[in-house]
Design a binder for this molecule. Structure first.
Ligand code: SF4
Length: 236
């Protein structure tokens, strides 16, 4: 008998084991982390962490859309949502220029910041690279609570592996996403979108400028960062 080509069960089992390891290590740094076997479970966990009446900020995240977080917040109608990267059905940005910059600044003082991440390490770190710095800034300081949602496909061994993941996979694919889905011809001129490989470029539209490693939180901010690791392949 041929073996089934579907490997979802094996992948889920691996994801859960790796997530548990990261969750233990996040706790050592004062970061709350929890596991959700599916995106539906993750959505329930995230929504339970967002009280009615608080302002919620966010940024560009495929994972949040895949899990349904943004649409659930909008449908629930209990929170003011600040999303500088909101787009119409065709993928065009709703906010441009100074209006978008103002919204990015407002996000820094929201109550709850909900966001994805580029990489999660098994030793309990969040590693991210931004083009503009708005996302990494809000993760570090500003919003009173941060909720990070990540598919377990983003788990890597350590910070070095995270940097490789970002430059070899996440950044080139994100640049292609912005170029193709969001109609930015300039992003399609980046070396990584042309060749599939990072050239450590100096292009004006370079998307890798600000890199942070979150290794834990200070004692005043214990519990501020909350990570939901999902046992599915999500995001970029
Ligand atoms: S080529 Fe430039 S934009 Fe692309 S991954 Fe490398 S540094 Fe980032």
């Amino acid at each position: 008998m041929n073996e089934s080509p579907v490997i979802e069960k094996e992948e889920s089992a691996l994801y859960e084991k790796r997530s548990q390891r990261a969750i233990e290590n996040f706790a050592r740094g004062g970061i709350n982390a929890q596991y959700a076997a599916t995106r539906d479970e993750a959505l329930l966990q995230v929504m339970a962490m967002i009280p009615a009446g608080v302002t919620v900020g966010t940024a560009d995240s495929m994972t949040l859309h895949q899990v349904g977080v943004i649409s659930a917040i909008e449908a629930r109608g209990q929170n003011a949502l600040i999303n500088p990267f909101a787009r119409d059905a065709q993928g065009n940005r709703l906010f441009q220029g100074e209006e978008r910059e103002d919204l990015k600044r407002k996000v820094l003082t929201c109550d709850v910041y909900v966001i994805g991440t580029n990489a999660v390490t098994l030793d309990g770190k969040l590693v991210n690279t931004d083009a503009g710095g708005n996302r990494v800034a809000a993760m570090i300081f500003g919003p009173k609570k941060v909720i990070v949602v990540a598919g377990a496909n983003k788990l890597v061994k350590d910070a070095d592996a995270a940097f490789r993941r970002i430059r070899e996979l996440a950044a080139p694919q994100n640049a292609l996403r912005i170029g193709i889905k969001h109609h930015s011809s300039e992003h399609l001129e980046l070396p990584c979108t042309k060749t599939g490989l990072c050239a450590d470029c100096h292009h004006p539209k370079r998307i890798c400028r600000y890199t942070t490693i979150i290794e834990g939180v200070s004692s005043e901010h214990r519990g501020r960062i909350n990570v939901v690791l999902v046992g599915e392949r999500l995001g970029i």
